[in-house]
Design a binder for this molecule. Sequence first.
Ligand code: IVH
Length: 690
Amino acid sequence: MNLEEAKKRITELSAELMQHNYNYYILSQPSISDFDFDHLLKELEQLEKSFPEFALPNSPTQQVGGDITKNFVQVKHKYPMLSLGNTYSQDELQEFDDRIRKTIGNDFGYVCELKFDGLAISITYEKGVLVRAVTRGDGVQGDELTNNVKTIRSIPQQLKGNFPPSFEIRGEIFMHRKTFERLNNELKKELLDQGVDEDKIAERLYKNPRNFASGSLKMQDSKAVAKRSLDAFLYFVYSDETLCATHAESLKLAESWGFQVSDHFKVCQNITEVMAFINKYEKERNQLSYEIDGVVIKVNEYRHQKELGFTAKVPRWAISYKYKAETAISKLKEVTFQVGRTGAITPVANLVPVQLAGTTVKRASLYNADEIERLDLYEYDTVFVEKGGEIIPKITGVDVSKRDLFARKIEYITHCPECKTLLIRKEGEAIHYCPNDSHCAPQLIGRMEHFISRRAMNIEGLGGETVAGLFHKGLIRSYADLYELTYEQLNGLEFESEEDLEGKKKKRSIKEKGADNIIKGIEASKAIPFERVLFSLGIRMIGETVAKKLAQHFGTIEKLMAASVEELSDINEIGGKIAENLVKFFADADNVNLVMKLKNHGLIMEVVYDPNEVRSNKFEGQTFLVSGSFSISRDDLKKLIERNGGKNVGSISKSLNYLIAGDKMGPEKLKKATDLGIRMISEDEFMGLL
Ligand code: IVH
């Protein structure tokens, strides 16, 4: 990135983020997901780091106060936050027990606790009030996340009972499985709404509850953290004074002060009891509402802990036993191929149903052709299935010894299973695509989903599933068909949802109210401004920003349709590829037809300036004088100035920033303005500034 590009991007990002902040805090109408906000903020931070000379003094990255905190402050831990030695083997656990007995003899107990799969946190309380919460970080110092941690309901801000005046308590912040699924589904919907490619969505979703919890906790905005419904278990008290003699007692004490301590812990008298605890929870872990990845075993008596002490890295008095990812064995029935909304092909292994980590698994993703090759998969193979940190199970290996003598190797398809078009695979990419974007059913449905989405035509009452249902029922083939739907057609309509990765289909039907909402939503979409209609058309490479640029530049769809590649690529920010795509799109008679049909249905195909709309603070501190006559009324023009932060003045003076000159402007004004060197602009130029 060169200097000019960096400067431009920094200015752009700053303006965009400021607008989002304004929408969020002032209008209470967030226009972007927290996730995307954080993403943009991070991009800006990086750029400002590399090009500090371009950082705005009031950059959104510097904003403190309100609910936004700058990067987190690093705080040194009073007691270092060590990790634990860990093992996957019960033999090693026996060795751990032997070592301990050698040092402290046989008169002691163990406390077994679950090893919660989340984020370690250390919280300081002074006089019963939560004063500081710090992540583990590198063990010596971590991020201070006090405000974010305060949003977690199970962490008390004010203690009750008989607590010591000053102490630290440590525990794990986590997200319940159900919350994870709900929020990830919401995030997915939001990304689809924003027109993110389906095959890019998986990358943007959180892989497991732990990732989601940690991503949430590190957000800059505590209000957004509060929405993530995080939870916490506390498991260790640090205090300079002696509060009790054993770890188990300290857990009870912490509970009495108002902390959430897990019920699933046990004082064990020997290592046999410890192993029984481990085995019990290995079986029962799937019934817990949150994920655990093992069991933590701690020597119960503090005096013994003290005697055992620490190695350089870990305490000698504790260890964690980690569970291996569960594996199941199943048999491959067949490999099917799904076509995504962008034409991306996903191979899916259909398996003989098998129980794994609490659910029945029938299918596993095979990702792409390379993965099938890597597994060297044959028909009817016996396969190992694992649920790693991820929700969708995967095949980790094949038991070749069980392979059928006459089984054939799995061949990747060459043609689209939906429309039979020859598939393509772009250079350097792992995924195959169906290039038939204008006639392949799932791709048409995908475009329809984009069309109705919140950022596009925002057709309320209509969701992706219903659109797919209407498509399969033959009621809609193009966007224009939406505007011909009737209440009678919709009311009582029954359809099946599409298969999910588990192979489940659900029966759906549209009721009276639903039908009414759809019709109303479609009607309301006729008020969507031109730039968004243009974005909704789903023309390749025409995202929101480009659509806005084009709408402002051309003003009407007719002018845009008539533009040549040269004319288009002359516009700032419109590259040659975009220009070519546009020209190609409008060269197709079907598309022109579609646009005209939409126009006839009443969709807005030209820029309409609404003087009542609040727009920006673009003209803050600047003065304008409006003189002459314009295509809109002078009052409307003045409103536009005000709504964008500018000030209208009645006469020309040295301090005037702009004179907007219309037709028939008086000659005296012209002379005075010229003498004083005032910047004169036309109506068009003014709109351009907007
Ligand atoms: S005790 C010195 N108890 O596991 C004692 N840790 O690998 C330190 N963890 O960083 C920790 N559940 O994030 C303890 N019941 C539990 C735990 C637990 C999860 C995590 C914790 C720690 C890591 C150590």
